[in-house]
Design a protein around this ligand. Structure first.
Ligand SMILES: C/C=C/C(=O)SCCNC(=O)CCNC(=O)[C@H](O)C(C)(C)COP(=O)(O)OP(=O)(O)OC[C@H]1O[C@@H](n2cnc3c(N)ncnc32)[C@H](O)[C@@H]1OP(=O)(O)O
Ligand SMILES: NC(=O)C1=CN([C@@H]2O[C@H](COP(=O)(O)OP(=O)(O)OC[C@H]3O[C@@H](n4cnc5c(N)ncnc54)[C@H](OP(=O)(O)O)[C@@H]3O)[C@@H](O)[C@H]2O)C=CC1
Length: 445
């Protein structure tokens, strides 16, 4: 592993040098264990502690198949899907690996008693499998997390519609929170040159998801002037949705839960901000009953901020707790676009407000390769910036996931894998200097 790191850090390593480097037999990886899936039985979701289920193990390097690449991972990031995996909710991800393993001989590699998690990476290609022409050893890359087989016709308009569509490092094994990762080569994209490894690894999953959900024609198709209600506007998804709204000439109405988060949104350029804690919205009177008066109070606040207008697009992900309010505050003909249900997946809303006002609910999930590429291009051009706040070592990934689970974090949380320290991997200092303030906006807060 040391030779790999030396080659990455040397300025004159060539592709041939990387191709000649021996691949080690094993590597360090963040895992959860199949024999521990019941460890939190009986506990409330918030009491399930990722620090107990997340392990750092030495694991064998998987065999490389056709169309695949082995990547030396310099840095990764924590996504909420790794929180779900580590608390075994809404179901154990070993079921996904077993199901994938049943599909063909090569996929059997994924069905193991441990799951290497993580759906982001920035690093360097070490080897490519048969049939890979677009990438070669030594290429500096980031990887998006759509793993897709494309054997069925269903996915050929939009790869997210393929029946064998999976999220890498969540529904497949050999994810990015590790020193080496196995990806399909069509997950690879060029690493933005002005960013360090950990900055480049941070946007991937959430940036691509927010792009499809908000900007793409497959999602809400946001346009200039739209009022966009963004839940968790300084969080993982929200910090990119806020940037897309601002960069696209829309008007983000940012919902956050503290003064500090409101300040972050202001520093990104947002003006309309709602602090849901300070204003004390209680959309549910009890576990079963919502309070439409609270929807109205929320809608009135939005109208105050917009000069009397309602919401064109709601960027939804909290789910059960907020969905009724989201549907209510959307304008006639507007769109609620949802990609998650962090607070509960059995939603309830008053359907009269949906049909009588011709609103639409759109389900959105990650992004196809083209959408992920376009989202990464915006990062590479310095139009959208990473929202990295804090960086952990691989050893401390459990704590990093705990922070995200308990909503103690801001923006994105990074993890150093092979990178020995922060700040390495920048190849375009001039461009970096231009965007330094924006790149550091979320750091150490
Ligand atoms: C990029 C980052 C993303 C995120 O962070 S997203 C957040 C994290 N992700 C999640 O929380 C989602 C986790 N996934 C799930 O919870 C589950 O994954 C799903 C609920 C999405 C699906 O459940 P499942 O059990 O995997 O699949 P089924 O389709 O419910 O059950 C399979 C059985 O149901 C049958 N079935 C499916 N559709 C129909 C139908 N329309 N009519 C009749 N039967 C149907 C099938 O055939 C099969 O049956 P047979 O078990 O016998 O093989
Ligand atoms: N389908 C897909 O492709 C994807 C789905 N996801 C899912 O989206 C969800 C969010 O992910 P991500 O943004 O990375 O997570 P983060 O935790 O980084 O951000 C979510 C933010 O939402 C806000 N929030 C949380 N709970 C509530 C609530 N009950 N009511 C209102 N606001 C709430 C919080 O902000 P504040 O406290 O400031 O209000 C929080 O910071 C997760 O469930 C994740 O699995 C994520 C990426 C892709």
């Amino acid at each position: 592993m040391k030779d790999i790191l030396d080659a990455i850090q040397s300025e004159d390593s060539t592709s041939a040098d990387f191709a000649a480097l021996p691949i080690p037999d094993s590597y360090r990886a963040i895992t959860v264990h199949k024999d521990e899936t019941e460890m939190f039985a009986g506990l409330q979701t918030r009491d399930k502690d990722p620090r107990k289920s997340i392990h750092l193990d030495e694991v064998p390097v998987p065999e490389l198949g056709p169309g695949e690449a082995l990547v030396a991972v310099m840095a990764s990031s924590v996504n909420y899907n790794s929180v779900w995996t580590s608390i075994f909710e809404p179901l154990s991800t070993f079921g996904f690996l077993e199901r994938y393993g049943r599909t063909n001989e090569l996929a059997k590699r994924h069905d193991l008693p441990y799951h290497i998690i993580g759906s982001d990476l920035a690093g360097v290609v070490l080897r490519t499998g048969p049939g890979v022409n677009a990438w070669k050893p030594g290429d500096e890359v980031v990887a998006h997390c759509l793993s897709v087989e494309l054997e069925s016709s269903d996915g050929h308009n939009d790869t997210m519609l393929d029946p064998e569509q999976r999220i890498w490092g969540f529904e497949t094994n050999f994810g990015g929170l590790a020193e080496i990762a196995l990806v399909k080569s069509n997950q690879l994209m060029p690493k933005p040159e002005h960013l360090s490894w950990e900055e480049a690894a941070a946007p991937g999953l959430v940036n691509s998801t927010a792009y499809r959900q908000l900007v793409s024609r497959n999602g809400a198709g946001m346009k200039q002037g739209d009022n966009v209600l963004i839940w968790g506007a300084s969080g993982g998804l929200g910090s990119y949705a806020t940037q897309f709204a601002l960069a696209g000439g829309a008007n983000p109405i940012c919902v956050v839960s503290s003064d500090q988060k409101a300040d972050i949104c202001r520093s990104m350029g947002a003006e309309a901000i709602i602090d849901r804690s300070a204003e004390g919205y209680k959309f549910w009177k009890d576990e079963q009953t919502q309070d439409p008066k609270e929807w109205k109070r929320f809608g009135k606040r939005i109208r105050e901020l917009t000069g009397g207008e309602d919401i064109d697009i709601v960027f939804e992900h909290p789910g059960r707790e907020t969905f009724g309010a989201s549907v209510f505050v959307t304008r006639k003909g507007g769109t609620i676009t949802t990609c998650a249900s962090t607070s509960g997946y059995m939603h309830e809303y008053d359907n009269r407000y949906l049909w009588m006002s011709l609103k639409r609910i759109i389900g959105s999930h990650f992004a196809n390769y083209r959408e992920a590429w376009e989202a990464n291009r915006l990062i590479a051009k310095g139009k959208i910036h990473p929202t990295l706040s804090k960086v952990y070592s691989l050893e401390d990934t459990g704590q990093a996931a705990y922070d995200v689970h308990r909503n103690l974090h801001q923006g994105k949380v990074g993890v150093l894998c092979l990178a020995p320290e922060e700040g390495l991997g920048v190849r375009n200092e001039e461009m970096r200097a231009k965007h330094l303030d924006a790149i550091n906006r979320f750091r150490n807060i």
